[in-house]
Design a protein around this ligand. Structure first.
Ligand code: PHE
Length: 336
């Protein structure tokens, strides 16, 4: 039996040398040490031995078993390490490879300009208001003191949707929608889409405006001028020249248009030229408008203004065709 055990040990260790895979290793373990393996087979003979011989053989058998187990475990560790090294090699990430760029969008140039302007007025305490794009003639015209025979109501300028309803031609109807909801003091700006039957390089049938309205006791034209000057200097820079020109709007009295002296380089000749550009309309809220709002026009006064956001974006960025901003050509949009 001693010989049997020794030769089992030698045979197993020899066989172990040739094993180079985890599956083969497991097969070898089963063959020699398994429940029906060769060692078990030999140990069956223990029963036939004399009581004196048995302990020594038992001990040897244990030694052989442990030696083989250790050898198999050692081999397993080596094979495991090799396998995980191989996996690491196969799954390795080449850190030197440049990453793939994920295309990333950004805000549209008109949205950028809108947010910047809204931000300036928010800092002055104005809140943001909105109104519907499809407006009643009542809000778009009547309450704004624009009588039925006013040229602005002519179908050449206005998109009529159905009787009594138009696509709003300006953001001014939001003034009344706000005044119907809240009592003075009121300070709001209302950005949004507006629509007019108009199409050329600087006019689009849909464009953007932002409205401003401030109502309180004792508001004067000086407040209007100071507020707008502050805004213009923040937005266009402290050195910009500004002029207020008398104008007419049915819903403000007195009214003005505001121009800035804009200096730009001529694309073709390269020479710098300055010219006055109209950027907004404004005025003191007409008492007739307050009457519609049920505001006491003896007690309150206010100012309103409205400006074209497309136009302001065009001035600031030197864009010469409004339609570029609506064509979604990335070569154009990516520049801002
Ligand atoms: N709603 C006018 C326009 O679209 C602008 C404006 C607004 C003028 C508020 C005065 C006061 O031209």
């Amino acid at each position: 039996m001693k010989q049997q055990l020794e030769s089992l040990r030698t045979a197993a260790l020899d066989a172990l040398q040739g094993v180079d895979g985890l599956q083969d290793l497991e097969a070898l373990r089963v063959k020699f040490l398994g429940r029906k393996g060769e060692l078990t087979e030999i140990l069956r003979g223990l029963a036939t031995l004399s009581a004196e011989e048995r302990p020594a053989m038992g001990q040897l058998a244990n030694e052989v078993k442990e030696a083989l187990s250790d050898a198999i475990d050692g081999k397993k560790a080596v094979l495991d390490a090799a396998a995980s090294a191989e996996r690491a090699r196969a799954e390795a990430v080449d850190m030197s490879l440049p990453g793939r760029r994920v295309p990333e969008g950004h805000l549209h140039v008109i949205t950028q300009v809108t947010e910047e302007i809204v931000g300036i007025f928010k800092q002055l305490g104005f809140q943001v208001a909105t109104g519907p794009d499809i407006e009643t003639e009542y809000y778009n015209f009547d309450v704004l003191n624009t009588p039925a025979d006013h040229p602005a109501r002519d179908s050449h300028d206005t998109f009529f949707v159905k009787p009594g309803h138009v696509l709003r031609t300006h953001t001014s109807p939001v003034q009344m929608r706000v005044m119907e909801q809240v009592q003075p003091p009121v300070a709001v700006v209302a950005p949004g889409r507006v629509y007019r039957v108009d199409y050329d390089a600087t006019h689009s049938p849909m464009f953007f405006q932002i409205e401003g309205l401030l109502v309180d006791e004792g508001v004067t034209f000086a407040d209007l001028k100071g507020t707008l000057m502050h805004f213009i200097h923040r937005f266009f820079g402290p050195d910009i020249q500004v002029r207020f020109r008398p104008h007419f709007f049915p819903f403000t009295e007195p009214s003005a248009e505001v121009d800035i002296l804009w200096t730009a380089k001529d694309r073709h000749t390269g020479e710098t030229k300055s010219r006055w550009l109209e950027i907004l309309g404004c005025g003191m809220v007409h008492p007739e408008v307050f009457r519609h709002a049920n505001y006491d026009y003896e007690k309150y006064s206010g100012f309103a203004f409205g400006m074209g956001l497309d136009r302001i974006a065009m001035v600031r960025h030197g864009i010469n065709n409004i339609h570029l901003m609506y064509e979604n050509d990335l070569r154009f949009l990516n520049q801002f």
